[in-house]
Ligand binder design. Structure first.
Ligand code: NAD
Ligand code: ZN
Length: 378
């Protein structure tokens, strides 16, 4: 079959790769119909992970079940399913508690498993014609009858919609809250969409790319351009000098985007600490990496960021972080899409064929050029 493989930093290509097979009786095979390119893929693409050459990328997948292992009971051939990017077994201590992003079985000794990702287990990705789905009864989200019509919305349930929602859950966003969000990439925009769904009164999104800030404005958020104003001052002004009730970090280990001055990846965390009112909560879903060989700064090389612990303590803030436990949210978010109360596909800028994926990686990686979210159609 054809699949998008990693060859090295900023080098991916569509190659002939091995067809996936049912390996365990709990597996199914899915024919992929849509697979997205994610900001998380760029950590690998930009070369700051240990992902192996030849790995098929793609963890935001949706498709049709074409083959079913002997022990699979719930999922049937022909079902349209969306696949959470994290692979959970469903029965370990963490999965049992809903922390499926940290499954102890699917990638033993590591923190969680995913398709087509560095250090997340031996699983191939879905930017390809077919995908093997382990523990399929647990990992397949069945889609309703409008699955084809709303495929571009439902595919966002694989990752970034639940991830944005996770940011707002960790930050405990509730009715009437004001929310400061750093990063207006796909994840930050999904956090804003989620904050409104949870009843937030005021959502402020910080970035500097006009195309992304325009989308923020379109959904009713207040765009803050940090190339023009100090974002902390702007948030203070918008909240009567108190600071936002809740804060979300949707940037992560910096994208090496020189326009944000990203040499030392501490900017968003310290800005966030200053932007949220004392005793407020911070939800951090931007991915931070344990080490970055490319970083100039000695501490940054070890994956450490400068973080103003003194200010964080003084303000009595609390923070939670990590991969989104997609399974914990995707049913209810699916039902919001079906009910017409959520429409995450508003972030899509490009719908392309798999063969065009290398160009799409290049363009999406540049950011700020209108390539907000690419979905690959197979
Ligand atoms: P993205 O890189 O397209 O978006 C990041 C945005 O942040 C960009 O628009 C960039 O201009 C902006 N930005 C950079 N520095 C900033 C700063 N100092 N202040 C404000 N904005 C700044 O990627 P994305 O797809 O939106 O993903 C964002 C992050 O979320 C990535 O780190 C990604 O790996 C992570 N992620 C986490 C999970 C999870 O489960 N926790 C899932 C998916 C993605
Ligand atoms: Zn993703």
């Amino acid at each position: 079959m054809k699949g998008l493989v990693y060859n090295g930093p900023r080098d991916v290509s569509v190659n002939k790769v091995a067809d996936p097979k049912i390996e365990k009786p709990t597996d199914v095979l899915v024919k992929i119909t849509t697979s997205n390119i994610c900001g998380s893929d760029l950590h690998m693409y930009e070369g700051r992970t240990s992902v192996e050459k030849g790995k098929v990328l793609g963890h935001e997948n949706l498709g049709v079940v074409v083959e079913v292992g002997a022990a699979v009971e719930r999922v049937k051939k022909g079902d349209r399913v969306c696949l959470p990017f994290n692979i959970g077994c469903g029965f370990c201590k963490n999965c049992e508690r809903g922390y499926t992003g940290f499954c102890l079985t699917a990638n033993p000794g590591m923190a969680g498993a995913a398709y087509g990702y560095a250090e997340m287990g031996p699983y191939q990705g879905g930017q390809a014609e077919y995908l093997r789905v382990p523990y399929a009864d647990f990992n397949c989200l069945l889609l309703p009858p409008d699955a084809v019509e709303k495929e571009d919305d439902y595919v966002m349930l694989s990752d970034i919609f639940p991830t944005g929602f996770h940011a707002t859950e960790l930050a405990k966003v509730g009715p009437g809250d004001s929310v400061a969000i750093y990063g207006a990439g796909p994840v930050g925009l999904m956090a804003a969409h989620s904050a409104f769904i949870r009843g937030a009164a005021k959502v402020m999104l910080v970035d500097r790319h006009a195309d992304r800030l325009k989308l923020a404005e379109k959904i009713g958020a207040i765009p803050i351009d940090d190339s023009k104003v100090d974002p902390v001052e702007a948030i203070m002004k918008l909240t009567g000098g108190e600071g936002a009730d809740c804060g979300c970090e949707c940037v992560g280990w910096q994208c090496h985007d020189p326009s944000h001055g990203h040499e030392i990846p501490n900017m968003t965390m310290n800005n966030l600490v200053k932007s949220v009112r004392p005793t407020g909560r911070l939800g951090v879903v931007g991915v931070f990496v344990p080490e970055d060989p490319k970083a100039e700064d000695k501490l940054a090389k070890q994956g450490q960021i400068a973080f103003d612990m003194g200010l964080y303590f003084q303000r009595g803030l609390s923070m939670a972080c990590g991969q989104a436990n997609v399974k914990a949210y995707n049913r209810k978010l699916r039902d919001l899409i079906q009910a017409g109360r959520a429409n995450p596909s508003f972030i899509i800028s490009h719908r392309l064929k798999l063969d065009e994926a290398p160009k799409a990686y290049d363009k999406f990686d540049q950011r700020g050029n209108g390539w907000t979210k690419v979905v690959l159609k197979l």
